[in-house]
Design a protein around this ligand. Structure first.
Ligand code: PMP
Length: 288
């Protein structure tokens, strides 16, 4: 395996950053998780746009231009001889002193790792996932906006720890007002009266690339799609529910907090979108 680190391709043993990197000391940095399918990097433009927006929001000057970053991502996947891959792109604030001040970190680091993807068990797609809501509330938009895909993921990790303790593979988070926002690493959709509903960005979510793709595919199918606030009650009485994310793609949810969702099996809209997404992902993206 060869890892891109600040302009060089190095083996994993040599892919090291400083213990003074504020990415490590404070979670100060941004990242992306991207997939390649069948020799094409899926939604690379959208992922790079989100990365540069996250960086701009935290006043982090990425040392590569957008075009240079695109080339570096493609080259990393090529050098590793992968046609299907999970790509982790990280930009850390860089090494500074032990204080918080990012002005003390003159040189941000860019890391690109291209690896084989670890897929979720196929059974989850056929039978669906049982989830629970957790006590840990999603970060508020006026504290650390979830739209910034920052290296500070402790909020999500705290929810993941709750999931682990309860023995659930994924859980649903609410915001401080009690509205449903997202999973620890996935967005959420419900189907109500045949219409697709997903929480809006301002409620406190990461604007997922898979989420946007599903909204597009659903509209192309003639489905009504809206971004609306909803509560656990709406989840419990939904006809269908599913999660979306780069790693998971589309995962049907068949139970929430012990309430069966719909018929307790992946619903027809979910199955249609799951298939449409798989087909679309296999045939679209930036060629390697
Ligand atoms: N929400 C969170 C908190 C995430 O970490 C992710 C994964 N990046 C998502 C949603 C899904 O986003 P995407 O479809 O871009 O992978």
């Amino acid at each position: 395996m060869l890892i891109y680190l600040d302009g060089k391709f190095v083996p994993p043993e040599e892919a090291k950053v400083s213990v003074f990197d504020h990415g490590l000391l404070y979670g100060d940095g941004v990242f992306e998780g991207i997939r390649a399918y069948n020799g094409r990097v899926f939604k690379l433009t959208e992922h790079l746009d989100r990365l540069y927006e996250s960086a701009r929001s935290i006043l982090l000057d990425i040392p590569l231009s957008w075009k240079e970053m695109e080339a570096a991502v493609l080259e990393t996947v090529r050098r590793n001889g992968l046609r299907d891959a999970y790509i982790r792109l990280v930009v850390t604030r860089g090494a500074g002193d032990l204080g918080l001040d990012p002005r003390k970190c003159p040189q941000p680091s860019v890391i690109i790792i291209a690896d084989k993807i670890t897929l979720w068990p196929e059974e989850l797609y056929t039978k669906g996932l049982k989830v629970k809501t957790v006590a840990t509330r999603r970060n508020a938009v006026d504290t650390l906006n979830p739209r910034i895909k920052s290296l500070n993921y402790l909020n999500n990790i705290l929810a993941k720890i709750e999931a682990n303790l309860m023995g659930y593979p994924e859980v649903v988070m609410l915001n401080a007002q009690g509205y449903v926002v997202e999973g620890t690493g996935d967005n959420i959709f419900i189907v109500k009266k045949g219409r697709l509903i997903t929480p809006p960005p301002y409620v406190g979510i990461l604007e997922g690339i898979t989420r946007a793709t599903i909204m597009d595919l659903a509209r192309e199918m003639g489905l009504s799609v809206s971004e609306d606030l909803f509560t656990t009650h709406d989840l419990y009485v939904a006809e269908e529910c599913f999660l979306t994310g780069t790693a998971a793609e589309v995962i049907p949810v068949v139970e929430v907090d012990g309430r069966q969702v719909g018929q307790g099996v992946p619903g027809p809209v979910t199955v249609k979108l799951m298939q449409a997404f798989r087909e679309y992902a296999q045939n679209n993206g930036t060629p390697l």
